[in-house]
Design a protein around this ligand. Structure first.
Ligand code: TPP
Ligand code: MG
Length: 339
């Protein structure tokens, strides 16, 4: 067996930790606002990122603007941290379009709801970009439950074979809806799934922002330099319900969430920054005010319904519509005319 290589991960700079702090505070406030909008019926549903901000902001910050992010429904905070307009990020949940932002402009795939299907897309894109001579890296966000899907295994296996520049960030938040990790996987750690496919694998405390940034930055830059794919398992916790339509008190004890409150990634980062003299009360207040203004803008812009043309329903499914889609579109237009 090859000897395990011990890497020294670079300590993130004070500037990158402060940027992460600001994005995490703004991201959490945005996420809370989205949950409130779901309760008010302005969004159909909201799968909250609460408690997973270190992973989501870490993923966004580890990537260059030219890299690609492959998010799931859980990852709104990663989207806004990457600079996507928050209203565009919520368009899917509003039921207005499958994807409210321009994936090509933001180098961010549409949020994926079928578990792990996007992992294969990330491997394919990463490999394709390398064939074209680009130094692009793809990062796929995957849930713990999604690592039991066949698509996940095919994506990681192929990435290993092709040495594709792709990073799989498994946000192990302990649950797949109501199913705890122990009830769906017997592996000692999800990172072993990468080891089995010859993919460099690592585990990290997903609520420790500095650790997440250090590991993800190393993984992304190593993949870019030709080191092959990485699988990073981040141990975190879904502090909120699965979605705004779920009641977690039916399947997990309140004491568990209370325990994780003590490991809140934002509180931990704030305490560490204060201890190092990098953050003052004034900075904390200013960041909170920035987050409030951000949420107020989202609220205001989501208060009215856009005037949507139903005829656009089938746009952007394929770059050139298939004959079947053209037929469906014609039938839809005929029906709309007959109204
Ligand atoms: C292929 C597929 N099977 C089932 C579902 C239904 N489903 C939606 S979310 C979910 C749980 C996913 O858990 P996990 O991967 O841990 O992600 P998390 O929601 O915790 O972020 C399931 C089973 C789905 N979306 N896609
Ligand atoms: Mg999960």
């Amino acid at each position: 067996m090859e000897k395990t290589e011990h890497r020294a991960y670079p300590e993130p700079t004070p500037e990158s930790l402060l940027t992460a702090y600001r994005k995490m505070v703004v991201g959490r406030r945005f996420d809370e606002q989205a949950t409130a909008l779901a309760r008010q019926g302005r969004l159909a549903v909201h799968p909250s990122s609460l408690g997973q901000e270190a992973c989501q902001v870490g993923a966004a910050l580890a990537l260059r603007a030219t890299d690609w992010l492959f998010p799931t429904y859980r990852d709104c905070v990663a989207l806004v941290s990457r600079g996507i307009d928050p209203v565009e990020a919520l368009t899917l949940l509003r039921g207005d379009a499958h994807c409210g932002y321009d994936p090509l402009r933001h180098r961010t795939a549409p949020q994926c709801t079928p578990l792990a299907t996007h992992a294969a897309h990330a491997t394919g894109l990463a490999h394709g970009e390398r064939l074209k001579g680009a130094d692009t890296v793809a990062l796929a966000l995957v849930g713990d439950g999604a690592t039991s899907e066949g698509d996940f295994h095919e994506a990681v296996n192929l990435a290993g074979v092709l040495k594709a520049p792709v990073v799989f960030l498994v946000q192990n938040n302990g649950y797949a809806i109501s199913v705890p990790l122990a009830a769906q996987c017997a592996a000692p750690a999800l990172a072993y799934k990468g080891v089995g496919y010859g993919v460099r694998s690592e585990q990290v405390d997903g609520n420790d922002t500095a650790a997440v940034l250090a590991v993800l930055t190393t993984a992304v830059e190593d993949a870019r330099a030709g080191g092959g794919p990485w699988l990073v398992e981040a141990h975190t916790y879904r502090m909120a319900p699965h979605t705004s339509a779920d009641d977690p008190s039916r399947y997990r004890p309140a004491t568990e969430a209370e325990h994780w409150q003590g490991h809140d990634p934002i509180a931990r980062l704030e305490a560490a920054l204060r201890e190092r003299g990098l953050l003052t009360d004034t900075d904390v207040k200013a960041t909170a005010a920035e987050a409030e203004a951000y949420a107020a803008d989202v609220r205001e812009r989501l208060a009215t319904d856009p005037d949507l043309a139903p005829s656009t329903l089938l746009d952007h499914v394929f770059s050139s519509p298939t004959p079947h889609l053209r037929e469906q579109r014609a039938a839809l237009l005929a029906e709309l005319e007959g109204r």
